[in-house]
Design a protein around this ligand. Structure first.
Ligand code: ADP
Ligand code: MG
Length: 329
């Protein structure tokens, strides 16, 4: 049975039970109603301070759109895991964490609609592969439906037919696929992945990073993907934030060049401010802005050789801040 046909059969089964089937959380509820969609996840000036007083996350603001995969890239100790732990509710945060626009900063972990995948798969040793995946959903639906969902998720992660396998018999890569399926089973609005491939060897990492991208895209789940590997971030994510000392030092689109030496702090930390005027708000969260400016952008050094070349430039705007005074005019 192909993955698609098995998904269709699950879909029908689910419709009978008045429950949206797996893989159909592609569009958010507010987008379906035609309203402007809130991002799947938004952080507003979020801080994480550990009980010993160390502030590991120092004012992070970012958003993850529906179905978008954001990479967090940074050196060890830069605060990547702390950001995820704050979002998941595993650490206390200051600032606001929103899921679908709703402030969940004080919501208990299990009600946040956040799933996590860690570096180690942390599978339940006494459960089969299918039993691990069923864990979060088996009390919510009929056995037949759980079976159908598990089978569908196994297809999705490339483990078809593995239902009864003891988890001890899985290779490292297979175990991570199983952990991913388990995390997706509850259909979290946002999936947090903390270096899920770091324990695997290089070749497998390359192969699985492409697989991960396919799986997350196919599931339509918004995700934050933490890694210290540039190439992995480029393969998996739509946009990548460099994290340094608990802050976002800059954003990079994955079709731009990565510059190895550039990830600590760069002049772009200060941002580039361009005077302009918002003319209209277009569909798909697009602003039409009128601006007339000669702008200095801090760029990675390898691009310096293009000085004076007069080439077309694509600018990706990550943040538009409108001054109150300006918008009142
Ligand atoms: P990364 O995931 O980027 O490697 P972490 O988020 O794990 O970084 O850690 C960021 C900083 O917070 C590090 O300096 C680390 O030592 C510190 N840290 C992590 N966990 C704790 C803790 N439980 N108590 C105190 N400091 C911690
Ligand atoms: Mg970490």
């Amino acid at each position: 049975m192909t993955m698609w046909s098995s998904r269709l059969s699950v879909r029908e089964d689910a419709r009978e039970k008045n429950r949206a089937p797996v893989l159909e959380h592609i569009s958010s509820p507010n987008r379906a109603s035609g309203q402007e969609a809130a991002p799947a996840l938004a952080l507003e000036d979020v801080h994480v301070t550990y009980p010993d007083g160390y502030e590991a996350v120092r004012g992070i603001s970012m958003h993850v759109d529906d179905g978008e995969i954001i990479g967090l890239l940074g050196a060890s100790g830069s605060g990547k895991s702390s950001i995820l732990r704050g979002v998941a509710g595993l650490e206390k945060t200051r600032g606001i964490v929103r899921v679908d626009g709703k402030d969940i900063s004080h919501t208990p972990i299990h009600k946040r609609s956040v799933g996590m995948v860690f570096q180690q798969p942390q599978l339940f040793p006494h459960r089969s592969v299918g039993g691990n995946i069923a864990y979060g959903i088996e009390r919510q639906m009929s056995r037949a439906h759980v079976k159908a969902e598990v089978s569908c998720l196994l297809d999705l992660v490339g483990l078809s037919g593995f239902e009864e396998r003891p988890v001890q018999t899985l290779s490292g890569g297979q175990a991570q696929r199983c952990a991913l399926a388990r995390a997706l089973a509850t259909r979290p609005r946002i999936l947090l992945l903390d270096e899920p491939l770091s324990a695997l060897d290089r070749r497998l990492r390359e192969e699985l990073s492409q697989e991960l991208r396919r799986i997350l895209t196919q599931a339509g789940t918004a995700a934050v993907y933490v890694t210290h590997d540039h190439e992995e971030a480029r393969v998996v994510a739509d946009r990548v934030a460099f994290i340094a000392e608990g802050q976002i030092s800059r954003w990079v689109s994955v079709d731009g060049d990565f510059v190895q030496s550039d990830w600590k702090s760069s002049p772009s930390e200060q941002g580039v401010y361009v005077d302009g005027r918002i003319i209209s708000v277009l569909p798909r969260n697009t602003l039409r802005v009128e601006m007339e400016a000669e702008v200095d952008f801090p760029i990675p050094t390898p691009l310096a050789r293009h000085a004076g070349a007069g080439m077309p430039v694509k600018i990706r705007v990550e943040l538009v801040g409108a001054k109150e005074a300006a918008s009142a005019q």
